[in-house]
Write a protein of this length. Structure first.
Lengths: 301, 281, 275
């Protein structure tokens, strides 16, 4: 099958076509590889910069993770308060956002009339498209004063405010993805259950929702990803204090906001520590992605 | 070229009774030139073998029908003739297919092969374009740009597919608005537009209603004078009606290959008889 | 007992959808009510003045720049990459690696992209805080979106089109260009439009790579401020909620326009191809 021995038989114009074919497939491959290259560059640069203080400058990574003081001017870099803030904010947002989002999705897919669903679903999708900054502006103008007045706080910017803003923000993602998953459950499941005399609500929660489980999990993980990575909206409502939060009304500084707030003026070790903060955030996301991959692999079976 | 077949027909003459002998002698007088010679063709999908030692001699300007139960390899075999199996990952082929004294798996010019060996598929697969653009698609891709020439090719091809009168007033409208039977004949026109020697048809009427089927069959019979046609069909009456030669495939092997009337009246192999009389399949 | 449980669950379902819709109405309502007063011709097309009362034209221009530049780069690369994955690649390890990378890119938070852009484009490649550095960062952000939507669109093109075309002795390239891509166009376009939404909505990555200069950019190497960053800064620095909301109106109108045009385009193209 060697090309050389037979190339005589290949017509002249076809020869050009084969050459073009070869070149284009290589070009396409290069384009496809660009995403791999980008990912490697991102990981490479962030990890290189972020690991520099620990590998070269002798800072302790344990102190970095568990240290409670972040005072760059005094060479103190501990991000424990931020890790706690990030985790608490994300979990809090999940506790509020997941049930509301999931129930909304169930309602839209199973209970709402076609007409009602046709109005609400696109509206919620639109909500997903609103720039996250605007959620922050809304949070600062409405949620923060509300908390301030309700709980008699000095400052309404707090962990609770972050949780509420993130919960609202993850809502459209969860609703949209979960609704699609629930709608994809074959009708025969519902008919089978209803035919056995199970009520509509019973059918939904006993048959339909379990059948859509992997899609719903994907919805939750995607919502989670959005919450944990959000930056600008969070800065506006978090208060940004460097303390380990002990109550919902404490002012907090999650990992993302730490980077955005100080990147503008940080230099040297300080800047590298911000990259290290990025690595920690990155690790959270990687774990999430891993979980997501596991879930979708399961869903595939 | 067709030593395998010759040998077999010789042994056939020895073994079979007088009537067959006379028939085969008559046949050899009117036998046409060989167009496609397949020798000991094996095909594998990965580990799985789908064709076992297929040898056939397909003659010029005849209709050769490939019959057999589903999954017997007849479509797979058809697709080796224009190398459409190349599109599937992991397909491996051994043996030779020689078309006009060129070994198509040794020659790497697939483009040339496919312009010479056209194909009509099970379901009409016209592109979402106008009727005209569909038929002109192949020639255009070969670099024909002259408007007059294209017009001529389109008209000739549509006439050749016996659908010109039905569509001549709406050449610019979408081809997907036509009925299934009309679409299939446009597909045939699209294949004809490339001026091929051979046309492969993969169950071309299986998605059509009986009247459209009849029209397509009639068309195939008429096309015989210009083209070598190889057709896969599930429908045994169809094979009997339109083909000159018939090959019976079973489990990736050719059980019997002979004149159509012999296959359907006095097959040599019991399995062929069981199949054509409808005892299985 | 079961009936009671059913009623409670049903009530919770209604409550949830009420909450979701209420939040939606509140956010959009809040932004429009707060910001509407500021919306005027001068606000949209006027130059910015730091002392207040100016317009947001520089931010609109900057936003448009970032959209155009990142799409001009990401669209061809994304489409070609998707073509490779769907039409050329043999399923194997390489494809798995590329898919994994693309999916991972989707999950990376924008602040990490910002960090990367700041160290790679701004510092290492010496572009400085600039529109070009931000646009290149955005290119990587939207690349997976375009690859994915294009792949999905390619999957919906019937295999019979490919076979029909190739059986006529055309090359893969001709088949792609003449049959496959036109059929996949609605999906590809909706991917591009999705990307516009992502770019318009992005803030953290741009904040770290384009900087915050609130003036009409002189060149692609100027530092500049997009609409979202502007909305953030006026809230954070001067607590000017009204101005932030007014910018929000412009953003929401853009997003709405994008969504509507996406629906219209895909409807129109679907009609054209399926008739």
């Amino acid at each position: 099958m060697s090309i050389q021995t037979n190339s005589v038989e290949i017509g002249k114009s076809n020869k050009r076509k084969y050459l073009l074919e070869k070149i284009s497939s290589k070009l396409f491959l290069i384009c496809a590889l660009l995403s791999v290259i980008s990912l490697l560059l991102i990981i490479g640069f962030v990890f290189y910069k972020g690991s520099h203080p620990f590998i070269v400058e002798g800072y302790s990574f344990i102190d970095f993770i568990f240290g409670t003081d972040w005072v760059p001017s005094e060479d103190k870099f501990g991000i424990f308060p931020m890790i706690v803030a990030s985790i608490l904010a994300t979990i809090g947002a999940l506790i509020i956002g997941v049930p509301v989002g999931l129930f909304t999705a169930i309602f839209l897919a199973e209970i709402a009339s076609k007409r009602l669903a046709k109005i609400i679903s696109p509206a919620i999708q639109l909500l997903a498209g609103i720039p996250s900054v605007l959620y922050g502006v809304f949070g600062l103008a409405i949620i923060v004063p509300f908390l301030q007045n309700t709980f008699g706080l000095v400052k309404g910017q707090s962990l609770l405010a972050v949780i509420l803003v993130l919960a609202i923000m993850m809502l459209p993602t969860i609703v949209t993805v979960a609704e699609t998953a629930i709608r994809a459950v074959p009708n025969t499941y519902r008919e089978g259950s209803l035919a056995l005399g199970v009520s509509q609500i019973g059918t939904i929660f006993k048959v339909v929702v379990p059948a859509a489980k992997s899609g719903i999990m994907t919805a939750i993980v995607l919502g989670l990803g959005r919450a944990i990575g959000e930056t600008m909206a969070v800065i506006l409502v978090a208060g940004n204090s460097l303390i380990v939060p002990t109550s919902l009304t404490d002012s907090v500084r999650p990992l993302t906001t730490n980077i955005a707030l100080e990147m503008g003026y940080a230099a040297g070790t300080h800047q590298e520590m911000l990259f290290a903060t990025g690595i920690v955030l990155f690790s959270f996301i990687l774990i999430l992605n891993f979980v997501l991959a596991k879930i979708s692999a399961k869903g595939g079976n | 070229m067709s030593t395998a077949v010759m040998e077999r027909s010789e042994s056939l003459v020895k073994e079979e009774n007088l009537t067959v002998k006379v028939q085969s002698e008559m046949r050899s007088k009117i036998e046409k030139a060989s167009k496609i010679a397949v020798k000991d063709l094996n095909l594998f999908y990965g580990e799985k073998q789908a064709l076992y030692g297929v040898s056939l001699d397909i003659r010029e300007k005849e209709v050769t029908a490939l019959i057999g139960p589903s999954g017997c390899g007849k479509s797979t075999f058809l697709r080796t003739l224009n190398r459409m199996n190349d599109l599937i990952d992991g397909v491996k082929i051994t043996g030779d297919i020689i078309i006009d004294s060129e070994n198509i798996y040794k020659n790497n010019d697939v483009i040339k092969l496919r312009t010479k060996v056209g194909m009509v598929f099970q379901k009409p697969n016209l592109f979402p374009m106008s009727i005209y653009d569909n038929v002109a698609y192949g020639p255009r891709m070969q670099g024909i740009k002259n408007k007059k020439e294209l017009n001529k090719i389109v008209e000739e091809s549509l006439r050749g597919a016996a659908i010109w009168d039905e569509v001549k007033d709406r050449l610019k409208s979408s081809a997907l608005g036509l009925s299934g039977g009309q679409q299939q004949r446009i597909c045939i026109a699209r294949a004809i537009a490339m001026k091929p020697d051979v046309i492969l048809m993969d169950e071309p009427t299986s998605a059509l209603d009986p009247i459209s089927t009849l029209k397509v069959e009639e068309l195939i019979t008429n096309m015989k004078k210009d083209y070598t046609i190889v057709i896969v069909t599930h429908n045994m009456q169809q094979a009997a009606r339109i083909s000159d030669k018939t090959a019976f495939f079973l489990n990736g092997e050719v059980v019997e290959f002979d004149d159509t009337d012999i296959i359907f009246s006095t097959p040599r192999d019991q399995r062929t008889e069981d199949y054509v009389t409808g005892r299985f399949g | 007992m079961r009936q009671l449980k059913d009623s409670v669950l049903r009530g919770l379902l209604w409550l949830s959808v009420f909450l979701s819709v209420a939040v939606l109405v509140m956010i959009v309502g809040f932004i429009f009510i707060k910001g509407m007063n500021l919306i005027s011709f001068e606000f949209i097309f006027g130059d910015y003045s730091p002392t207040g009362g100016g317009g947001i034209w520089p931010m609109i221009v900057t936003t448009i720049y970032t959209i155009v530049i990142s799409l001009v780069i990401a669209t061809p690369i994304g489409i070609l990459a998707a073509l490779y994955l769907q039409e050329y690649a043999k399923q194997g390890r390489l494809v798995k690696v590329i898919r994994f990378a693309t999916e991972s890119l989707t999950g990376i938070p924008s602040i990490i992209y910002g960090l990367f852009g700041a160290v790679f484009f701004v510092t290492t490649l010496k572009m400085g805080m600039s529109i070009i550095a931000a646009s290149l960062t955005l290119t990587i952000i939207v690349l997976p979106v375009i690859i994915r939507t294009t792949e999905e669109a390619l999957k919906t093109v019937p295999q019979s089109y490919r076979e029909g075309s190739l059986a006529l002795g055309t090359t893969k390239l001709q088949t792609l260009y003449k049959v496959i891509l036109p059929s996949a166009m609605p999906g590809i376009l909706s991917g591009i439009i999705l990307s516009i939404g992502r770019i318009v909505g992005e803030s953290a990555a741009i904040f770290l790579t384009a900087g915050t200069v609130a003036a009409l950019p002189e060149s692609l190497f100027s530092s500049a401020r997009t609409l979202t960053v502007h909305s953030y800064l006026v809230t954070q620095e001067s607590g000017d909620i009204e101005l932030a909301a007014a910018v929000g109106i412009v953003l929401i109108v853009i997003i709405l326009g994008i969504n509507i045009s996406a629906t219209l385009i895909s409807k129109k193209l679907n009609k054209a191809t399926n008739k």
